[in-house]
Structures are given as structure tokens and as C-alpha cells.
Design a protein around this ligand. Structure first.
Ligand SMILES: [Zn+2]
Length: 250
């Protein structure tokens, strides 16, 4: 049986987690990275990782949740990163749709400041971060080039131009693909998927947002194999190994 590592989830937002993990296990999905989206999640993801040894947790503030920021969050985030050497950083990033919808609280300038603080922490403790980018690729590429970075990071639900893939890989990116590559009109995402080197490729459910639960992963890998014209077992094996590596910051 093939084993799968779901590289980006929000298990803290799932109702009936034990049933979901049981269904995942039955489908061969045995390992997970689980990312917080705001400070209210941090203890939740830590608790999930503590009770489930196959879950690697990350803490951070997602660009959709800047309204939740409370004074001193950076210090509290740093304290937790110091206390838990296996803790990742994320989810962080830029989202232009959110900025346009909510310019007073979530302007791109503010999003960038919050992202940079978290990248600095990720760099200081060399923890991979999970990055979200919606319609802000030029700006995020600029930030990635200029800011301090850890050795490796994850571009989650990756898309954008396939021509950017080599520079992202050079900067230490692992590119994680969600179900958005599946529809036949998503040729741009499929081009990224084809351009990604096998040793930097990840697969994710982003549950509960882009797929209802991690048990959807094997079907996604099957479709990925078709797009990449690659043997499914070879692909599945690489995806699992890659996720193990990046979840340990390598
Ligand atoms: Zn996410």
C-alpha cells in the first residue's frame, strides 16, 4: 500500500478529527503538517501534534486574520518557537483579494510587515514556513529575495507562472499542490506542476478549505501522475519522502 503525507492541513478546524484521521489512515494518508491561521489556533495545533505523533504543527498569522493581532504576538510566537524545536512557521503570506476587500485592516503593506516579522522568526530559528499567495506574486517574489529566510519553505496551494519555478526552487521552496490543478482549464497550474522537480514536490488537502479531508490525497496523487506523465508509485514515494524532509526543515 502506498503511503501519503498531507503537506498542508488545518486539522484544528475539523469537526470529529478522530473519525477523519481514521478515514485518512484507511486511505494510506498517515502523516500531516497542520498550520495555524491566527494566535487563537496556536495552542490547538500544538495539542494536536502532542496527541498525534504523525502531525507536525506550525504557528503563524495568515493574511486573512490580521484583525485578530494582539499586542505582543511576535514575542509570544518566538517564545513558542524556542520552546518547541519541531514547530514550523505558518501560515503566513499575502492576499490581494483580502486587501481589496478590507483595505483598512488588511492592506498589502500591513500584510507585508506581518509576513516579514514571521519570516525573520523562521530564519532566526531555521524553521520552514508555509506561504500563502493570492494575486501578489510580484510582491512576494520581491520579499522572498530581499528578506532573511530559513533554508527551506513551502509555497502552499502553489500556482502562478511556471517560469518562476526555478527561482523559487533556488531560494529553497518546496511547491505544494492542492486540488486547484485538477480542472482541465487550470493549465497554468498544471504547467507549474510539470515544471516542479520531483524532489521539491508536495501534495496537500488544505482541508477543510480546498478538499473536505485528507483521505482525498490518493486520488489527487493519481491525477498528478497523469498531468506529470509519471509513474504513480514513483511519484507517491517521492511526495512522501519530500514531506518528511521539509517537515524536519531539510
Ligand atoms: Zn491553508
Amino acid at each position: 500500500m502506498l503511503l501519503y503525507f498531507d503537506a498542508h492541513t488545518h486539522l484544528q478546524n475539523m469537526t470529529d478529527l478522530s473519525a477523519i484521521l481514521k478515514r485518512a489512515q484507511a486511505a494510506g494518508v498517515t502523516d500531516f503538517m497542520c498550520l495555524a491561521t491566527h494566535e487563537g489556533d496556536w495552542q490547538k495545533v500544538l495539542d494536536i501534534a502532542k496527541t498525534h505523533p504523525n502531525v507536525r504543527a506550525g504557528i503563524g498569522v495568515h493574511p486573512w486574520f490580521l484583525a485578530t493581532l494582539e499586542k505582543g504576538w511576535e514575542t509570544r510566537m518566538e517564545t513558542l518557537l524556542k520552546a518547541h524545536p519541531s514547530l514550523l512557521v505558518g501560515e503566513i503570506g499575502l492576499d490581494k483579494i483580502k486587501a481589496d476587500a478590507d483595505p483598512t485592516v488588511s492592506s498589502l503593506d500591513h500584510q507585508e510587515r506581518v509576513m516579514r516579522v514571521q519570516m525573520d522568526l523562521a530564519a532566526r530559528y531555521n524553521r520552514p514556513f508555509h506561504m500563502h499567495c493570492v494575486r501578489a506574486w510580484d510582491r512576494i517574489l520581491h520579499i522572498l529575495k530581499r528578506n532573511k529566510r530559513p533554508d527551506f519553505f513551502v509555497s502552499h496551494s502553489h500556482h502562478g507562472n511556471a517560469t518562476w519555478v526555478p527561482q523559487l526552487i533556488d531560494m529553497g521552496a518546496y511547491l505544494s499542490y492542492s486540488a486547484i490543478f485538477v480542472p482541465s482549464n487550470r493549465q497554468k497550474v498544471q504547467a507549474c506542476l510539470k515544471a516542479t522537480p520531483l524532489d521539491r514536490l508536495l501534495v496537500e488537502s488544505d482541508c477543510p478549505d480546498l478538499a473536505p479531508e485528507p483521505s482525498a490525497i490518493p486520488e489527487l496523487v493519481k491525477k498528478m501522475a497523469v498531468v506529470r506523465e509519471q509513474d504513480e508509485a514513483v511519484l507517491a514515494h517521492a511526495l512522501y519522502e519530500n514531506a518528511q524532509r521539509i517537515s524536519h526543515g531539510r
